[in-house]
Design a protein around this ligand. Structure first.
Ligand SMILES: [Zn+2]
Length: 178
């Protein structure tokens, strides 16, 4: 029989040291959570790996992402975890991560908490996805690439995020920026 883990030994994988200096624990983060109010006075976005890409973009856009973006790991298609990897690349100091894959009790394997709130994260995500797609279509033929760029010039990230958050009814119990 394996030795039970001694509490206090090593680093607790469920402990998340936030960029603001505060600490939260995965025990306090559940699947319905999109945002947490922090002791620092701020509000931080929470993302968990079971959250679908459609939290941020419509399902048809998520389909395009899954079809066009090549992943560099064992996952065959683009997931929320890849998306958060992109966010971390862009904002390494502003995202805290917990890998709790070993902990069967919390219902998810990865948790990300950002320094900014859920609304700002949503904007950041959409901006990064637009860049990713722009990169992907630049490998497509010229007409497709030109058409995409024309559309993107007219694309208003803030307006999109406003509309999307309204539409997805973020007041509902399970989809709320609590
Ligand atoms: Zn904080």
């Amino acid at each position: 029989m394996a030795d039970p883990r001694v509490p206090g030994e090593g680093v607790d994988p469920g402990r998340i040291d936030l960029p603001c200096g505060e600490t939260v624990h995965v025990r306090d983060v559940d699947l319905g959570m999109r945002e947490l109010r922090c002791d620092c006075g701020g509000t931080h976005a929470v993302v968990l790996d079971p959250h679908p890409l459609s939290r941020f973009v419509p399902e048809d856009v998520a389909d395009v992402l899954r079809e066009t973006i090549e992943t560099e790991d064992d996952f065959p298609e683009f997931t929320t975890a890849h998306l958060m990897g992109v966010v971390i690349e862009e904002f390494p100091e502003e995202v805290a991560v917990a890998d709790v894959a070993e902990d069967g009790s919390v219902g998810y394997a990865m948790a990300w908490v950002t320094d900014f709130d859920a609304r700002r994260l949503h904007e950041v995500v959409v901006e990064l996805l637009v860049e990713l797609m722009d990169h992907a279509v630049s490998h497509a033929d010229e007409t497709t690439a030109a058409e995409f760029e024309r559309q993107m010039l007219e694309f208003d990230v803030e307006a999109f995020v406003d509309a999307y958050r309204r539409e997805r009814d973020f007041d509902s119990e399970f989809d709320a920026p609590v």
